[in-house]
Design a protein around this ligand. Structure first.
Ligand SMILES: Nc1ncnc2c1ncn2[C@@H]1O[C@H](COP(=O)(O)OP(=O)(O)OP(=O)(O)O)[C@@H](O)[C@H]1O
Length: 495
């Protein structure tokens, strides 16, 4: 009976929540074996607390709807004590794991000039003076510097991008979970949430968050050995190490870290030998309570060409998504970036930019940089007229891309209906719903008035357009399919 009720709760929640939320918080839950009541078990404290705060009440209501009359509770899973309904590991994350080792030995390859000469590009090239050695991981400007006078026991520190901190990261609905998880990991590196897997589209702050964790680990612990690198660099270094017969050094270096941060691991796809090596490095780090943080442009299970055992292992810790920021967050990001650049950006201008640039934060930043450069060039303060002038090429291109015609074409293609259906009087759900979505997108993405939009949809009244906008807004909150359709269409039209 409890099994059935819990399965029903899961099915219901799956239909109510965006898939990334369901995957992150509900999928890892199991049902306690011993319990008479609906006692859920979470793989770690973080998930347990989050579910208790955000979802437990809803689970209680759903369970009661299926005839359950007890209390729903949640606890952290103890080993082997639950039956899982999903594919997650049942003995995940012993919360008693200790904090990372902080004093480390410098990699042996950095000690000997001959070794570093023999593998110049394995991520650990460097000179060997006694007082300060620099071990450069030549990707993304990452450098690991070792200092100290005695050979063999040197403190090692990596230089991450110092601008990527939690303080400079703007929180919004779209990144709330990922930020909270990252802060937890930074406070308890090598602890219960290992690996941390952050996924989401381009330019949404994955690297920023990952490096913020690295910076925080080092701020709390200046001797921690943290290395950030792009997955392509890991592959390139490994290939070099293989060619130069220097795999032992390669392994020793990576396995000696307190925290390994690898960006964009989708590039591991189809690189079998690198996956094999990474798999072993990854296991060694996890076993040693060393923190692993990974980013990817998609959910682990969706990476084609990645071994199943790696996909499954990536899910052992915590998997969190970052999504495109909403309008308020985009405005807040712009204000923050302007403040960092010590530039006065009127709220109205920030709002204008945020409304027009919606695809990702990198583009938003790029637009702001153009505006700032323009203002400095002509020596005038920023206002909306200046913004329009500075971004005019971009805006013109965008206007072309998000014309009502193009929206109709894209929506028709997406729902596999004819463009003429959108203009027609047909009222069947399969036509009326896409029509409403197309109207709402036209209102959101173009500067056209309601009557103009109505005209473009077979001469409809402006109240019909208004109704469509309201309906779609409501459906995006209650219906997962529409929510996903709308955000897919938005992405297609604005990137
Ligand atoms: N919430 C945020 N607050 C402040 N800055 C942000 C935020 N999100 C992203 N950024 C900024 O946007 C830029 C792009 O972010 P980042 O490089 O982290 O994206 P990404 O998700 O790693 O992209 P990619 O998949 O292309 O590597 C960075 O300059 C980063 O500082």
């Amino acid at each position: 009976m409890l099994d059935t009720v819990w399965q029903q709760c899961l099915d219901q929640l799956r239909s109510e929540l965006p898939s990334h939320q369901f995957n992150t918080w509900l999928k890892p839950l199991g049902l306690s074996e011993q319990a008479e009541a609906l006692l859920l078990c979470a793989p770690n404290r973080f998930i347990a607390n989050w579910v208790r705060d955000k979802y437990l009440e809803r689970i209680q209501v759903i369970a009661e709807g299926y005839g359950y009359d007890g209390q729903v509770a949640i606890e952290v899973r103890s080993k082997g004590a639950s039956r899982s309904f999903t594919s997650t590991r049942s003995d995940t994350n012993d919360t008693s794991r200790s904090a990372p080792v902080v004093s480390v030995e410098a990699p042996a390859v950095a000690e000997s000039p001959s070794t570093s000469e023999s593998m110049p590009d394995t991520g650990v090239a460097g000179s060997s003076t006694d007082t300060a050695r620099s071990v450069v991981v030549p990707s993304e400007g990452v450098e690991v510097k070792t200092t100290g006078s005695s050979r063999g026991r040197n403190k090692v520190q990596s230089y991450l991008n110092k601008a990527f901190t939690f303080q400079s990261f703007v929180e919004g609905k779209s990144n709330q979970l990922a930020l909270a998880a990252s802060q937890q990991v930074a406070e308890n590196a090598g602890g219960a949430y290992n690996p941390l897997f952050i996924y989401g589209g381009v330019g949404l702050g994955k690297t920023h968050l990952m490096q913020a964790i690295g910076n925080e680990i080092i701020a709390n612990n200046p001797t921690a050995k943290v290395v950030y690198l792009h997955s392509e660099r890991f592959v390139a270094d490994m290939v070099k190490a293989l060619q130069l017969n220097a795999m032992a050094e390669f392994k020793r270096f990576y396995r000696s870290l307190d925290a390994l941060l690898i960006d964009d691991i989708q590039f591991f796809a189809k690189k079998d030998r690198s996956q094999e090596e990474f798999f072993h490095t990854f296991n060694a780090l996890l076993e040693g309570n060393q923190q692993v943080i990974l980013t990817c442009d998609r959910f682990p299970k969706e990476i084609d060409g990645l071994e199943d055992r790696l996909k499954s292992r990536f899910g052992w810790g915590l998997t969190v998504a970052v999504e495109p920021p909403d309008l308020e967050t985009r405005v807040a990001i712009l204000m923050k970036k302007a403040e960092q650049a010590k530039v006065k950006l009127p709220a109205e201008s920030a709002f204008f930019i945020a409304q027009r640039i919606r695809s990702n934060v990198r583009e938003l930043e790029g637009a702001l940089k153009r505006v700032i450069a323009n203002a400095q060039f002509i020596g005038a303060p920023i206002d909306t007229a200046l913004v329009k002038e500075a971004l005019k090429d971009l805006l013109a291109l965008q206007d072309k891309q998000v014309s009502i015609d193009n929206i109709q074409r894209t929506v028709a293609e997406y729902y596999k209906i004819k463009i003429s259906d959108l203009h027609s009087k047909r009222r069947s759900r399969s036509i009326a719903r896409p029509r409403q979505v197309a109207m709402a997108l036209s209102k959101e993405l173009t500067q056209h008035s309601l009557p103009e939009i109505g005209d473009a949809f077979g001469g409809r009244d402006h109240t019909t357009v208004l109704h469509a906008c309201r309906k779609v807004k409501e459906l995006r909150e209650t219906n997962q399919d529409i929510r996903e359709d709308y955000s897919n269409l938005l992405r297609t039209l604005t990137t």
